[in-house]
Ligand binder design. Sequence first.
Ligand SMILES: [Zn+2]
Length: 649
Amino acid sequence: MSKFLKFKCDLDTFIEELKILLQTNTDQVAELLQLKEKTYASFVKPMQMMDENLEHFFTPLSHLNSVNNSKETQDVYTQSLPIITEYSTKLSQNLDIYLAYKEIQKNETQTLNYEQLRVLQLNIEHFELSGAHLDEKTKSRLEEINLRKSELSNNFSQNLLDATNAYEYIITDSKDIEGIPKSDLENAKYEEDGLIKYKFTLQMPSYISYMTYGKNAKIRESLYKAYVSRAPENGKIIEEILALKDEMSKLLGFKNYVEYSLASKMAEDETSVLQFLNNLLDNSQNQAHKELEELQKIAPHKLQSFDTGFYSEILKKAQYDIDEEEYRPYFEQKSVVNGMFTFLNRLFGISFKAVDEKLWHEKAFSYDVYVANELKARIYLDLEARESKRGGAWMHNYQTHCLNEKGQEQLASAFVVCNFPASTKSNPSLLRHDDVVTLFHEMGHTIHHILSSVNENEVSGVNGVEWDAVEFPSQFLESFAYEPEVLKLFASHHKTGEILPETMIEKLVKSKNFLSAMGMLRQLEFSIFDFKIHTGVYTEAQVQTILDEIREKSALIQTPSYNKFQNGFAHIFAGGYAAGYYSYKWAEVLSADAFYSVVDEGIFESNTAKRYFDIILKGGGSKSMKELFYELMQRDADTNQLLRLNGIK
Ligand SMILES: [Zn+2]
């Protein structure tokens, strides 16, 4: 029998099956609560496995809704949300469960292992953060707020997806496509009424292509304007989300949403995060100004927001002689994936074997993962862009490593999703180096989840890892995509087989930190914005004012007033990053520090790499990242390594 679940999601019966499953769970919870003597083994373990099994049922639907989005998946997903939110809100507010956990914690502190104790500690904390200990009236208001919030988040991202798909820019004059890479043109090209036309859209590969290479500034402006003004109706959704979050935080006894958010994170408080961000902002500004001056020198007029991508590419070519198009033939998707597997094999001793199974799309593939010849996990790769797929790239965990109630080992699995250029019969999928970095990033999350050796699923893999530490393993791995030794493992020309020449590797490495201080400012703008708007209740106009104020320091080019970036900021309004976007930078400190340790020791001889596997990857969420990091490095993280990673002096 396979050690992994068969991927399936029957949309016709999904809601009905979901309701039955939740009813069964509810009955089982009631039975467990009847137990006279509740112990970790008799109470906590079955509760955990119930959750795990629900994930197994639900994950295929949310995955499908993201990668094969259709009217049907949307309908079922939208229908399922209130049902599942109501269920989990009830559970998280059930005082009896909370009291049982507290009792078990008291009785078994001496006998449970640290994984089990952390499960208890996080659950109790989670209960308190969701208001389990509060009166009925408050609890029912919290329930209403949760339902409404999840509805709003779903609307937010659906509006964004609809707006992205609704727009296209058709080019008929061949002058306007001069300079666009051939492979991108192939994807944009179509024939109508005997004419050759080119369609550019707001989907990432298409949009980026024109913004980077398109010579016609008017067209760039149109695309940019369409992109940054998507989903204006999200402005009101933001207002409501902020108000609900503030109300919720206050009901739970916090000053504001920021304080609530930090209660379960690695960072201590509002001041320490803002200090951290502002410190980086101050350290990056000088260099950012110099970078902009250089960029301005090569432009014939004062730079506008929709020019930076285009002139950056020209400057990059001038300074580093980097033409991304020259590199793409060396980054054929399949060879990159296989090379990444080889790299992971040499770094950690893990190996990958293709699995022959039918999945949700012909472009999706699965692999079994072995550690020292022992089957450990399964991954699913779905890497190419298509209209029905949500933009961006992500890892989605499916199964989690643990021991079940009977003590049997359950292996882990995860989905890796990207939006790389689609391959066709005549045209292979050729990646930009950035895409390679993205793949490494998502793979970093993936191995963090699947290589866990923790036996309690709630703190195994990425489960139980603090939000502001979650990006540590992904950013750690992506840094290797710039290392010559690693690149040589897979960067070979898809036609000639020639390995990426030494000089081209050198240029790529040098160009890594091209305009890095400007990039840093942008990320800090997002982080500070996210943090500030979550300190209170703000109207649509006030949100804009806050953003404008931050931009005075962070945006070196005047942002056009039609730019409503916030309406597309799905990370914080439709994802889990609210008052937590700073996590990227926070975790980058950990990753930069660990990465340089490995590099300085010699990548494939590094002892730190082995320890990283044993401590960070195997450890998952079983201890706080502060502790695991200390075990790894024998000291706290060194922030200077972050500036080193970004080449900022
Ligand atoms: Zn990530």
